[in-house]
Design a protein around this ligand. Sequence first.
Ligand SMILES: Cc1ncc(COP(=O)(O)O)c(C=O)c1O
Length: 423
Amino acid sequence: MSTNAELIAIGNEVLLSNYRQAPIVLDHGKGCELWDVEGRRFLDLYGGIAVSALGHAHPALVHALQTQAGKLLHASNLVWNEPAVLLARKLVGLTRPAAGGPPALARAFLCNSGTEAMEACVKLARRHAFLKGETQRTRFVAFKNSFHGRSMGALPLTGTPKYWEGFGADLERVVHVDFGQLDQVRTYLEAHPREVCGIVVEPVQGEGGVLPAQPGFLAGLRALADEFGALLIVDEIQTGIGRTGRWFGYQHAGITPDMIPLAKGLGGGMPIGAMLVKESLNGVLGPGTHGTTFGGNPIACAAALAVLETMEKDDLVARAAETGEYLSSKLREVAKKLPGVFDGERGVGLLRGLIMARGVEARQMLAAARDKGVLLSVASERVLRVTPPLVIERATIDEAITAIEAAAATITVPSPRDTQPSR
Ligand SMILES: Cc1ncc(COP(=O)(O)O)c(C=O)c1O
């Protein structure tokens, strides 16, 4: 058996140095607990960045993977396969309005990651305009501080300049306006009539610091998209699959997007993405126009199906809403107790952010919490993101909160004259 240090030394030599990994090598997990290769236990409050919806080694997911692995791992898109068909049916069914009727988003394109799902949305929006003869309609409206992925199609939508630098992102075709400012969207659309093919928005800006959209914002975007002939793309990659206490973040706003990209929680840890679109958009990407070898891969789809069925059976979406409230109240208590370190909390469901006080970096707290046995992630420089598996129990939250409080007590609080305003 190798130690953390031995494996990290090898990794540092042979893996591309594009990540800033914590100095631990995870080995295995069970529920919301994880162990590194040296047997040290951690509580999972980051969920693999909002991915591990069912926690680790969930029996239903393990069973689905083992069964499918023994049957058929890969088929390609030259043929149909059962898990892909059943997953697509299940996914579109989740967009059925509460009042009944057909699914709001009736067609699924299956792929392998969030970025790929977003890329598909970009291509579909552009081609939709092209097929209507509106060849000048190639631009997107997106928002400052957003994150939509890092491929050359998704990257320019991402509204955080540090991700663009040196990559030749096609920023000409995207305008980034302030998140929440409908008047800025309108101003741009009025100045560029018939040029915008899509408006892209996160219901909660995740990577940008866990910033929920203001009430009425998504509905306002829906109305503007309709008025100006653009498609509304709601990026549900982080907010989808129950994370916010509804199946999809847009459902809180009572609107229907034209398309949503999904990934993260969908596979419960297996890499899979999906784009769901309205029935009227089926046909825009006709045979041969778009695809991917691994998309709809049977084992990834079997995993996603097991995740969705388990979530339904165990009522995990409602539980995420309830547990999210509990987590929020506990984080608020900690923030109140330690105003030198924290400046409050925010979020929806089990997508929460603990805001750092002026002068305290989220990375400092991240390391301190890890030292006390709790794994978290950061979202912007000032926000510690809390995205546990949706199966997390109150007792685990309590244990984690005690550890976070102990970790916060080890942070050196800067003197007021050294501080910067927090965003
Ligand atoms: C809102 C949002 N969009 C897109 C992405 C990119 O997804 P992926 O990392 O699976 O490519 C992410 C990932 O963090 C995300 O949070």
